[in-house]
Design a protein around this ligand. Structure first.
Ligand code: COA
Length: 210
């Protein structure tokens, strides 16, 4: 096993590394690319679960939001992944969701989990998300610590949320407004004001009264 604090693993991944980001420690973070990455993500996540997800669950996320999945590599060896989605929540705001996060036991405690989540959050923010949510078992100290460190707060406690009967915390992170979102919001306000003025009988393009 190559320790991430040791010199960088020099071998290039055998797959295309477009979308790869280097961490400066020899670990490479690669965005999910296509169906060839599917078994990589499945193997990593299944190692941690007593009841593996079906391939349909993986496809649901990865076919629609491949840009929200990252894989961490040490040389050619994949050892961590995050799987997410984003959509409009209750017809109001764009919400990101972290569905799966796994780091191989041998690589834990090196901030890889945090880095994977940060990359996914960046992509969600660029896609217009205003917030990110996820669930974690109330007994999952490591995950709770990681998310707390990234600014997530406990939003709700979900009673017996998991099949094993354990409660979950719903964690939430509010994202700062990006310039794109600010401009979109201002455009919406201007459009609404123009619509209201027209209803009042004032043409939308009438010069403003001083
Ligand atoms: C949770 C998990 C992804 C963490 O990955 P990781 O790469 O070891 O996490 P990081 O190194 O980024 O740790 C971030 C912070 O959490 C802390 N932490 C991580 N695991 C911890 C543990 N088991 N106990 C206590 N603290 C822990 C780290 O010390 C660090 O704290 P710091 O900011 O004060 O230094 C990994 O343990 C894992 O894959 N667990 C099994 C799957 C799982 O539970 N996924 C989450 C589902 S919600």
């Amino acid at each position: 096993m190559t320790d991430s604090t040791s010199p960088a693993a020099t071998a290039e991944p055998s797959r295309s590394d477009s979308g790869a980001q280097a961490s400066g420690s020899g670990i490479r973070y690669v965005q999910f690319k296509d169906e060839n990455d599917l078994p990589v993500v499945m193997n990593l996540v299944d190692q941690e679960l007593s009841e593996p997800y079906s391939i349909f669950t993986y496809r649901y996320f990865l076919a629609q939001w491949p840009n929200l999945c990252y894989i961490a590599y040490d040389g050619d060896k994949p050892f961590g992944t995050v799987v997410c989605k984003m959509d409009v929540h209750r017809g109001q705001r764009m919400r990101g969701y972290v569905a799966m996060l796994v780091v191989d036991k041998a690589y834990r405690g090196k901030r890889v989990g945090s880095e994977l989540v940060k990359m996914a959050i960046s992509a969600m923010s660029a896609g217009g998300c205003e917030e990110v949510v996820l669930e974690a078992e109330v007994v999952n100290t490591g995950a709770l610590k990681l998310y707390q460190g990234l600014g997530f707060v406990r939003d709700k406690r979900l009673h017996r949320y998991y099949l094993n009967g354990v409660d979950a915390y719903r964690l939430k992170l509010l994202l700062p407004e990006t310039e794109e979102r600010r401009l979109a919001r201002l455009a919406e306000v201007a459009e609404a004001e123009a619509g209201a003025a027209e209803l009042d009988g004032v043409p939308a393009d009438a010069p403003a009264l001083v």
